[in-house]
Design a protein around this ligand. Sequence first.
Ligand code: ZN
Length: 438
Amino acid sequence: MTPVELILKPEFLIPVVPRGAVLREHAVAVDDGVIVAVGPSADVESRYRAQRTQVLAEQMLLPGLINAHTHAAMALLRGIADDVPLVTWLNEHIWPTEAALLSPEFVRDGTTLALAEMFRGGITMINDQYFFPETVAETANALGMRAMIGMLVIDFPTAWAKTTDEYFERGLALHEAWRDSKLIHTCVSPHAPYSVNDAALERVADLSRDLDIPVHIHVQETAQEVQKGIDDTGLRPLARLEKLGLVNPRLIAVHMTQLTDAEIDCCAGNGVNVVHCPESNLKLASGMARVEDLRQAGVNVAVGTDGSASNNDLDLIGEMRTAAMPGKAVVMRANAMPAWYVLEMATVNGAKALGFGQQLGSIEVGKWADLCSIGLDALESNPVYDLISHLVYSECRRDVRNVWVNGKQRLAQGQLVRLDADELVRKAREWQRKIVQR
Ligand SMILES: [Zn+2]
C-alpha cells in the first residue's frame, strides 16, 4: 500500500475529462498537492493508505473553478457606481476613486475579502489584473489561493507606478520574486489597447515571448472602443494587437463583445484565448460576446467575473448560468452553450487559457489537486436527474462545501479555514466609511 496524504470519497465525481462523465463510487487520492489516483473507491483504497480519508456524502466533487478575469481588490468598490455605461463608470467613478484611495492596504484588504468570497464559491484560481500586484500576490499566497498575477501596464501614472518604465520595472520585479512559487504565477497585463501605447505594447509582446508567459488584456469590450480605435489608429483594436505581434496562443483577450466573422477566424487560426465576462458585459450594457460562434470555430473560451464593481459578485457558478442562458438567446438556439461546455469554460478552458492545461482544470492523475465539492442535500437541489445540468442551471454558490488548493483545504463544510468571516465584514464596513467620506 502506497501512503498518501488524502483520499476523497464523494457521492458523485465530475472529472470534466472525459467530457460529460459523472462517476459514482469513485475516489481521488492526493499526495503532495498532486492527484495520484482516480478510480473505483475499492480499487483506490486497496492501493493507497491515506493519512486522512474524507467521505463527501451527498456531494459532487469537481475541479476547482478558475476565474479567468478579475480585479480582486475591487471587492471594496462593490456597488459603488451602478446603472451607468463603461466610459462613465471608469472615468467618473472608478478611476477617480482609485486615484484617491489606492494603497497597499486597500489592495490587501480588498483582495482578502475577494479571495474569501471566491473560496466560498468553489474558486481555486484567479487571473488578476490590478495595481500593487505584489500585494495581491502576497495576499493570495498567504491565504492559499492559486493566482496568476498580471504585471500591469497602463499609460497614465498611478500610486503604483509613474512612468511606462516604472510599470515594467515593478512588473519584472514581481515576476522574479515569484518565479519558483507553486501557487503564484505571473503574466504581462496591459490594461487595454486604448490605454496602452504602441511602443509599450511592443515591449509587452517581447516580454511575453522571452519569458513565455501570457498577455492578459481587455479587448473590444464595447462598440465605442472599437470605433475610437479606428478613429485614432485606423485599425480595430484586435488588428492593432496583431500588427504589434500580440495575436498568438499566449494572448488572453478579455470581453471581445465586438467580433466580426473574420476576427473569429483570426482568433481560431492564431490560438487566441478569449475570456467571457457575461455579467459585467450585461450590466455595463457593453454587448455580448459571440461565444457560441467562437466555440463552433474552435476558439478556447474561458469565463471570468471581472471585478466586483461591475458585476457585482465573484460567483463563478452564477456566471456559468449567465454564460449559458443569454448565450442561447443570442443565437436563438436552446442547444447552444450546453451545460457541459459552460462547465468546461470554468475549468479546463480556463486552465488552458492561463497556460496550465496540463496541470489544472480536470480531475486526472498527475494534475494539481485543486478541487471543490458541492452539496446536494438542500431542498432547492432536489431532485437531481443530470448532475452537470443541475450544477449549471440549479446550483448556487452557497451550496459549495469544501475547497482544496494544491491539496490543502481552504473551505471545510462551508467554513473558511484561514479567515474569520466576521472580521472581513468589519474591515469591509470600515473601508466603506472611508470611501463614502471621500
Ligand atoms: Zn476587467
